[in-house]
Design a protein around this ligand. Structure first.
Ligand SMILES: NC(=O)c1ccc[n+]([C@@H]2O[C@H](COP(=O)([O-])OP(=O)(O)OC[C@H]3O[C@@H](n4cnc5c(N)ncnc54)[C@H](O)[C@@H]3O)[C@@H](O)[C@H]2O)c1
Length: 372
């Protein structure tokens, strides 16, 4: 399937995806009269180098914009960086009708959306995601946030973008590690929402799948599936009352591991690697709690552990991971709640798991070969 430039119309945010997606940026800005008090483009060092030149070539509006730059990486998703950007916007005379254009990966779109939501009680923003993670997931759905110390996404708003523009060609300059990280969310979309696609993914080894060029028809099909799935879910349940929780498969333990790994002296995990680890644990819990057949669990765990790096956690630190999990926004009444599956394509949300079950799942992640 080829991704063509087209609008997936939602009640909130139009998503343009495909080779000609960038050609739609000016059309949307003009038709919605965005940026009358100035246009600002948020980049990090890498997207300034690799993506900004093409973006300004394709858009007259962006060519005349003020550039705001942040350091790349998760550490920038902080209140400190948000405050600096608010001050930069103020100093540059940004007003209520200014437009912020987030040109970058998930860090840029999460942070930029947060900054837009807070500045003068809310200015418009659009996302032009440049990483696979951003294109498949982060830029869609209007969840904006910053981290609070080590804890992920604790302060934020549901604040929809005016438009999302997905140009797959940006992926060509991504590092292998960030490509793999984005692939985790692509895989998640298939496991949770498209059993037939998941079966077809299993035919590939993870290395072969990652080796496909961004314009390969199967890679485009996977991206299109992730975009469509996320968009459909978000349109039905923007504020995550219930259905949207299906997107959190792998994220409860994943976010805790990611936060744990960010502490000083440890080796920080990429978001997608942490989600992949979380999906291994979620598959184990799904087998125990929601009757995921053992064969399906083994297939999922084997595929993921072959494709993603393992992250050793000493037994003495498991309690730290449990503590971090207590901040998960899905928890209620002190219970840690998971999104699990009973089969690929059949998600189950709000499944409470006991600490002992979670510890067992983490142990399975540490020793996946003993599962079965
Ligand atoms: N809001 C949501 O719904 C949602 C969903 C998933 C993930 N997220 C968040 O997204 C973040 C992770 O996103 P990410 O993996 O994109 O991280 P990122 O934004 O840090 O990008 C990864 C790296 O790739 C570089 N990069 C981006 N595009 C590039 C390009 N085209 N060429 C070369 N380098 C490029 C960046 O500079 C960075 O170094 C996490 O904070 C996660 O919590 C949010």
């Amino acid at each position: 399937m080829k991704l063509t430039s087209r609008i997936i119309t939602t009640d909130r945010t139009p998503v343009f995806a495909g080779d000609h997606a960038l050609a739609s940026v000016d059309k949307l800005i003009s038709s919605l009269h965005l940026g009358r008090d100035g246009i600002f483009v948020l980049v990090d060092k890498n997207t300034k180098q690799h993506c900004l030149p093409l973006a300004v070539q394709k858009s007259v509006h962006l060519a005349g914009a003020v550039i705001l730059e942040i350091d790349g990486g998760e550490a920038s998703k902080s209140l400190l960086t948000a405050e600096r950007l608010w001050k930069d916007l103020l100093a540059a005379g940004a007003g209520r009708r200014s437009l912020l254009v987030n040109l970058g990966g998930g860090v840029v779109s999460d942070l930029g959306g947060f900054v837009a939501a807070g500045y003068k009680r809310g200015i418009g923003y659009i996302n032009i995601p440049t990483s696979l993670m951003g294109q498949a997931d982060a830029a869609i759905g209007g969840k904006t946030s910053v981290n609070l110390g080590p804890v992920k996404n604790q302060v934020g708003f549901f604040y929809p973008a005016k438009g999302v523009f997905i140009f797959p060609g940006f992926q060509t300059t991504l590092s292998c590690d960030h490509l793999r990280s984005g692939m985790a969310e692509i895989i998640k979309s298939a496991i949770v929402g498209n059993a037939r696609l998941w079966k077809r993914i299993l035919v590939y080894s993870p290395a072969d799948l990652l080796g496909l060029a961004p314009e390969h028809p199967f890679r485009l099909e996977l991206l299109a599936n992730a975009i469509r799935f996320k968009n459909e879910v978000v349109v039905k349940d923007f504020r995550e009352q219930k259905l949207r929780k299906v997107l959190n498969f792998g994220h409860t333990i994943g976010h805790a591991l990611e936060a744990y790994s960010q502490a000083e002296g440890r080796n920080p995990m990429l978001h997608g690697d942490a989600v992949a680890a979380g999906m291994v644990c979620a598959a184990f819990l799904s087998n125990r709690k929601t009757d995921l057949p053992t064969g399906e669990m083994v297939a999922l765990i084997s595929w993921i552990t072959a494709g993603f790096p393992s992250y050793p956690v000493p037994g003495s630190d498991l309690q730290t991971i449990m503590e971090l999990m207590k901040h998960d926004k899905k928890n209620t009444a002190g219970q840690i709640r998971f999104t699990l599956i009973s089969k690929p394509g059949i998600p189950r949300v709000d499944i409470a798991c006991d600490p002992s079950e979670i510890i067992e799942a983490l142990a399975c992640y540490q020793e996946p070969r003993q599962v079965g």
